[in-house]
Design a binder for this molecule. Structure first.
Ligand code: FES
Ligand code: FES
Length: 169
């Protein structure tokens, strides 16, 4: 049994400790916003945050998150509505097929949390592991800059989200 905190909710999962986090959040928890792309840490579609840092959930075992907190694309919006990065994505019409987008957004949110005013090279470096087969890199960069320059209000998700416990067989 592994305890996993996802989006502020604590879950007890009866799965092997070497199960990739991606499968636990998709199959056990039903959080399907995080996508499977390559399965070998090469595309970024599976990006979630572990303790605020972007990770490739397809290759990160549950054991690595046992005492940490995971945030998925479903967990970044709050009572205020969309996260500013999500709003910026809409404003710039970033998503095309959409498959890479939850991973792109999670990497962008992590970048802006650690560096609220990234340069172009900071953005390119932080986003370099997220592949977009639709080639939306220019729009992604512009959307991130819109947030960093205050054209979309950026806020910190509430860190005091009440913890709940959910049992999964
Ligand atoms: S599915 Fe994890 S990096 Fe591609
Ligand atoms: S929007 Fe299609 S792969 Fe990125």
């Amino acid at each position: 049994m592994i305890t996993l905190n996802v989006n502020g909710v604590e879950h007890q999962l009866d799965v092997a400790a070497d199960t990739p986090i991606l499968w636990a959040i998709r199959e056990q928890l039903g959080l399907t916003g995080t996508k499977f792309g390559c399965g070998i840490a090469q595309c970024g579609a599976c990006t979630v945050h572990l303790n605020g840092m972007p990770i490739r959930s397809c290759v990160t075992p549950l054991a690595a998150a046992a005492n940490g907190t995971i945030t998925t694309i479903e967990g970044i919006s709050g009572e205020q509505g969309l996260h500013p990065v999500q709003q910026a994505w809409i404003d710039e019409q970033v998503p095309q097929c959409g498959y890479c987008q939850s991973g792109q957004i999670m990497s962008a949110v992590a970048l802006l949390q650690s560096n609220p005013t990234p340069s172009d090279s900071d953005i390119d470096q932080a986003m370099s592991g997220n592949v977009c087969r639709c080639g939306m890199y220019g729009r992604i960069r512009q959307a991130i800059k819109n947030v960093s320059t205050g054209q979309v209000q950026f806020y910190e998700p509430d860190a005091d989200t009440a913890s709940q416990e959910v049992q999964h067989g």
